[in-house]
Design a protein around this ligand. Structure first.
Ligand code: ZN
Ligand code: ZN
Length: 413
């Protein structure tokens, strides 16, 4: 079924549906909703899926939805495709007919495209299922709140990936030409956490630092020694980097303050180092603070882990892309320093996130995601539909659990 037949069927499907999908995307683009507020988006998607005979289930918090396609027996392979629904709290600065109609909300990360791609792939796969041609089950996950982030955790808490063998997603890439797909095995996005160090001491006169704890000096030591110590404690390849963004203490030139604060971000390219970072930072901060007689408290705010693409899933997606988009559609993509909450799924099950090219070839415009002028070449929607549908079918044909069991431990951990 893969190869020529599938390619032809997708071409036929898109000939009939591509205009509708583009209009769907423009409607979402004009009505963006922020994380956990995607009510209109959720209902638009649910209505369209229901019109195709599917039975979507809205998630417990009222936004986001999950729908299963195909009625293979329990235990038959189950592959998930995921999109994110939410927009960003920035003002749309484009001059297009589908410009955002909502102040301070804009689909500047392309999640309207992801949602439309998944809807299109779902409609195609539903057609395959009713023709008795779907070799297993496919779950569509339209998750809320990727940017908040945490929508992925809600999906997991609701049991959304409990029996899923493999999961796939795409993300718009404005640096890659439309028609191309960027892939990578291993980490493809980074972790970015926030830390706050609160230092306290007795305070006193600057004439007598020896009788109190010199809090500003101690805070300075923490600020300068922590990044240096980290670089000696972790593998340089994990690129764990701490950068301070705010340091504050005191109010008078001749008074040692009794409190101070330093805030910064911890970025990390490696999953293992990310897991170790909080304990390591806590120990380092305590050792510096105790040397100067101050008390330091660390508040470590976890964001998302790095997204670590699993090898077999990546190979499946690459072969699907080659089959329906052409062998030269696939190109290696570098690891980005951005975060992506798809990472949470990949801590539990194997899967892969690919970059979907959205740049018009030869275009002079230089878009980036999270920019107020971000837009895509809408041909990317058809490309995404082909890629997602073919990846699901390829994964089902490759087999579910049997293959999962043969994966290296790290990919399943
Ligand atoms: Zn984003
Ligand atoms: Zn995004």
């Amino acid at each position: 079924m893969l190869g020529h037949d599938l390619q032809e069927e997708l071409t036929g499907f898109l000939a009939a549906r591509e205009d509708e999908l583009i209009a769907f995307r423009r409607d979402l683009h004009a009505h963006p909703e922020l994380g956990y507020h995607e009510h209109r988006t959720t209902s638009k998607v649910a209505l369209r899926l229901a019109a195709a005979g599917l039975r979507p289930v809205t998630m417990p918090k009222g936004t986001g939805l999950i729908v299963d396609i195909g009625d293979g027996p329990a235990g038959s392979p189950l592959v998930a495709l995921r999109a994110d629904l939410d927009a960003l709290p920035i003002t749309d600065e484009k001059h297009v007919p589908y410009r955002s109609t909502v102040p301070n909300a804009c689909h500047a990360c392309g999640h309207d495209v992801h949602t439309t791609v998944l809807l299109g792939a779902g409609l195609f796969l539903a057609g395959q299922a009713s023709a008795g041609m779907l070799p297993g089950r496919v779950r569509l996950i339209f998750q809320p709140a990727e940017e908040v982030p945490g929508g992925a955790l809600d999906v997991m808490a609701a049991g959304g990936i409990a029996s899923v063998d493999r999961i796939f997603a795409v993300h718009c890439d404005p640096r890659l030409d439309v028609g191309r797909v960027g892939t990578r095995t291993g980490p493809i996005t980074a972790a970015c956490d926030k830390i706050r160090v609160r230092v306290s001491g007795p305070g006193g006169h600057t004439a007598r630092p020896h009788l109190t704890a010199d809090l500003v000096y101690a805070l300075g030591k923490i600020v300068t020694e922590l990044p240096a110590a980290l670089s000696r404690r972790v593998d340089p390849r994990s690129s764990l980097s701490l950068v301070w963004g705010r340091v504050s203490a005191g109010s008078a030139a001749n008074a040692i303050p009794d409190g101070g604060i330093a805030e910064g971000t911890v970025r990390c390219l490696d999953d293992e180092a990310w897991h170790e970072a909080p304990d390591m930072l806590k120990a380092l901060i305590e050792s510096v603070a105790s040397a100067y007689g101050v008390i330091a408290e660390l508040n470590y705010e976890r964001n998302v882990p790095p997204t670590v693409n699993e090898a077999v899933s990546t190979a499946i997606l690459e072969s699907a892309a080659a089959a329906v988009l052409g062998t030269d559609s696939v190109t290696p993509t570098p690891q980005s320093l951005g975060g992506e909450d798809f990472a949470w799924y990949l801590e539990s099950i194997p899967g892969t996130l690919a970059r979907l090219g959205t740049r018009t070839p030869g275009s002079a415009q230089d878009f980036d995601i999270h920019q107020a002028t971000f837009d895509v070449d809408e041909r990317a929607i058809g490309v995404g539909v082909r890629l997602m549908a073919a990846s699901a079918i390829t994964a089902l044909l490759t087999g579910g659990t049997a293959v999962t069991d043969r994966l290296p431990d790290r990919a399943r951990a």
